[in-house]
Structure formats: C-alpha cells, structure tokens
Design a protein around this ligand. Structure first.
Ligand code: SF4
Ligand code: SF4
Length: 130
C-alpha cells in the first residue's frame, strides 16, 4: 500500500511538472522566441560566429550571392540602430573599420528573411537551386 501511494505521488509530481513546463513555454518561451528582439539577437550572434568560425562557408556564400546593396540601411537598424550610422544613413566606419559581419551581410537567405521581417527588402538574393 505505501508503495502504491508513493507511486501515485510521483505521478502527480510528474504531471504537475509537465503542466508547469507547458505553461512556462506558452507564456514565456514561445513569445520570447517569436519576438523580433530574439530574432535579431540570434541573427547577430549567428553572423558573429559564422564570420569568425566558418570562413569557408562565408566564402562560398559570397560567391553564390547575387544582386547588389540598395543602401537602404535596414541591416544597420535591426535590434538597435547602430551608433555608427549617421542621420543621413551613412556608415562612419565604411572603408575604415567596418565590422566583418557588416561587410559580408547578407550571408545567406536567413539574413535576407530577417531584413524582410523588419519590413525591408534587401537588394541581394541567393539562388535556391544552387
Ligand atoms: S558598422 Fe556601419 S554597416 Fe555595420 S551596422 Fe553599423 S552603420 Fe551599418
Ligand atoms: S539590407 Fe541589404 S540592401 Fe539594405 S543596406 Fe543592408 S545589405 Fe544593403
């Protein structure tokens, strides 16, 4: 009998933990992951890692990239407005010390989609058949 009671308690605890996890996921995790802040923060971290640790990938992506920069500045305004961006939309660091992740933007379709989620349209594209 004590064994059955213990087993029932364990099940109750597991069920309660499961419900709590679902609740936290619905109320907290899902909205955060769907938020623009998370999207752009994840994008910035991903690009930082790619330019520093996946140089071959960057190289092949730059070869596959088509189109040209429209100078729209959307990629300088994601998550926060870059402090190096002037009111006239010029990059102060351009040609001097522009970060590597800026020089190779967009690296792949995910970056282009990120601009799209900001309401912009990047002038570059990647051929999905490659
Ligand atoms: S450093 Fe220049 S290119 Fe990079 S985000 Fe800032 S303004 Fe844009
Ligand atoms: S979003 Fe694309 S087109 Fe616009 S400034 Fe950045 S790289 Fe250029």
């Amino acid at each position: 009998m004590p064994f059955i009671t213990q087993e029932l308690r364990r099940r109750d605890v597991r069920a309660a933990a499961g419900m709590l996890f679902d609740r936290v996921h619905t109320v907290l995790v899902r909205p955060v992951m769907q938020s623009r802040v998370f999207l752009h923060a994840a994008g910035k971290i991903r690009r930082f890692c790619l330019v520093h640790f996946r140089k071959e990938y960057i190289h092949s992506q730059l070869l596959a990239r088509e189109g040209e920069c429209r100078q729209c500045g959307f990629c300088c305004n994601m998550l926060f407005t870059c402090p190096l961006l002037t009111r006239e939309g010029q990059c102060v660091a351009y040609g001097v010390c522009r970060p590597r992740s800026c020089r190779v933007f967009p690296i792949d379709q995910r970056d282009i989609d990120e601009v799209g989620k900001c309401g912009g349209r990047c002038g570059y594209r990647f051929d999905s058949r490659r």
